[in-house]
Design a protein around this ligand. Sequence first.
Ligand SMILES: *Cc1c(COP(=O)(O)O)cnc(C)c1O
Length: 823
Amino acid sequence: MFDDKEKFKLAYLTKISETEGITLDEGSLWDKYKTLVLLLKENMSFNRALTKKSTMYTKQVYYFSMEFLIGRLLHYYLVNMEIEELVREGLAELHINLDDLLQQEVDPGLGNGGLGRLAACFLDSMAFLGISGHGNGMRYKYGLFEQKIRNGFQTEVADNWLKNGYPWEIPRTEKSIVVKFKGTIRAESVQDKLMFYHEHYEPVLAVPYDIPIMSYDNPSNINNLRLWSAEPVANELDFDSFNRGEFDQAVSLRSEVEAISYILYPDDNGRSGKELRLKQEYFFVAAGLGSIMRSFKKRNISLGDFSKWVAVHINDTHPVLCIPELMRILIDEEGLGWDQAWNITVNTISFTNHTIMPEALEKWPVDLFKNLLPRIYMIVEEIDRRFKERLARRFLDDWELIHNTQIIKDGQVQMANLAVIGSSSVNGVAALHTEILKHQVFKDYYRVFSYKFNNKTNGINHRRFLLAANPALSELITEAIGPAWKKNAEELENLLFYKDNSSFIEKLAKVKYLNKCQLAKHVKESQGLEIDPLSIFDVQVKRIHAYKRQLLNILKVMHLYNQVKNDPQSVRDPQTFIFGGKAAPGYHYAKTIIKLINTLANKINKDPEVKQKLKVVFLENFNVSLGELIYPAADISEQISTASKEASGTGNMKFMVNGAVTIGTLDGANVEIKEAVGEENIFIFGLTAEEVLRYSREGGYKSLDQYYSNQSLRLCVDQLVNGFFETAGEEFRVIFDSLLLYNDDYFVLKDFNAYLEAYQKLQDSYAQQDIWHRTSLVNIAKAGIFSSDRSIKEYANQIWKTNFRRFDSHFPDKRFKNKLGTK
Ligand SMILES: *Cc1c(COP(=O)(O)O)cnc(C)c1O
């Protein structure tokens, strides 16, 4: 992109005067940051146009997701273009520190956690592999709230991420789509054909904003992330009402429309059941499909071949209205008959399920659905009717099967059922999770459609979470095995060659130490707390949720505290327990967990007898950027969900690729991590998924038995309410009650002993530093299969049936030549 430093400097200086009309001296840090972004974006837009043209006759994949947690882009794109050093040096000569500019960038919080981050990792891997794969999502004006800890409690601050503008996005007003809500449907027979007309609807304008997606070693292939914003169709006040003096109405219509893309629902694995949420879901689905259809028509391909040229993937059930909406477009707008439209729709759409938690399975009351989306409801009813008819023919009088697989029942529209019936592929996100789908959650569908079910174990973008986030480790790895791992993560396995190389192991230990120093520095600067980089960093960062069992970790820390109080020698190595994660604002239990962690931290960190051995930290506002600092600095990765509840997890993979050692249950992808590293390189404990599911079915576990039979556990549980936390009073009663009064739904007490035993083994292993770092090395070496490149290759081959294309040969550009000479 820039031949050399001088050319870069010239381009940069020209850009700043061109766009801001100022000289460098007059510019603020924000101006300087923005200028650098605009410079890169300009080049990317050019390449996007070329990519678009050359992929006109390539199958297009559209990844529909309500959430894209993309993280900051500037540093990552500089790494991908391999121009970070050139730009850093060039800016330094202009007396600008690149790091200062990087700090200016907002981290767009357009997702809650794992699901949104997965979508972002997938965009990267599609771009890397040269798949024409694009994101379709929501441009929320406010992303996930910013978390502030006040007095130990979580408080929420609005995430006004657009307040200075977002220089990566490109508004495409001219490509807006009108989305229709409410109103009535008039049916009319036209030349023997029944036609449906949507009347008296409320129109909303969907305006697209595009963000260029580029990956490593493929900078000339630019894909697109299209995010939709809701605006009034006239984009001005309703002047009719205004002129009639109905000022309030004129303004409120506008705000009602804008409410659709106003804010991200902050519930991870939960659901709101509110009309606004369903509006959001239909809004970005209708806008996305409208624009796909528009660009499809420019390709002059017969509509009958639609599914050969377009794949639509739905990330969980949030975009499942793609199914009836595509039917509506094909029938009402394109004039196809039902059967042909249905064939096209099913063959176009594929679906990923993300959870078996019952509270996260979306359902909508029929009345609400029908009123908001009258034509879509008619189509869903017809899909349901035809499915039932077919089933009744095939399974005769198996009424239970027929009932269980209905879309509309008990006055509600069951979105997961619509997704399974209306798509050609249904996948889980880890091997264990997919088995649970086939044999529990969707067992009836598995009888009907066994061929649709398949597994696609999640992955992470190892270029973001290792190459860009952990430069010291990346350099060490490249020194040892060469740079090929960046393009093929499975090359990391060559590190095994260094397993018994003590000088390499020493270097690995040093890198970890330096990363811990950086995290310690951040904690000191942001929270004023000292943590010792020589202590063990035991980390649990993820959304706060009962099933993720932060409580089990807390009880362990309380137990260690009690031990140290009794016998200071009982804990050998100093340990720092690091927590982080947001709680949904309405999730009282999770918020109490945060307060508990902070109360415990306060007690332990102040206690002169203990603070040399144990420290507890709650890191405020966990997000992608903070993750990039934390994952590289962890010694221990806590993955301790109740078996069967965590569909895959991806945090577990980010820790692993950075050399943290996992303590975890046999849940989600932990099972596959164990298979990859071998049981001597991971600390597994607790009930299996099968045992948990059996207990839940048969009600065989009584938490009180556990409580009475284990002295030290009982002490910890009692300490929640017995005045141990001086200021606490009754505030942790809900947690105490969840364990004893409500019989511990998440098996915290049941797994407590096994957890402590595994933790003791882990500490023994840590005490032998050479063994520990060898374990760490094996974890890095075996992390390759958890790259999202592997996941996306599987999706592309088995579900989307699209080729990978690398475009470097199409646009020979010497300036992008890999410095390491591997091309
Ligand atoms: C990876 C990631 C998650 C998912 O973490 P899990 O441990 O898999 O729950 C959540 N939030 C952010 C910001 C992440 O980067």
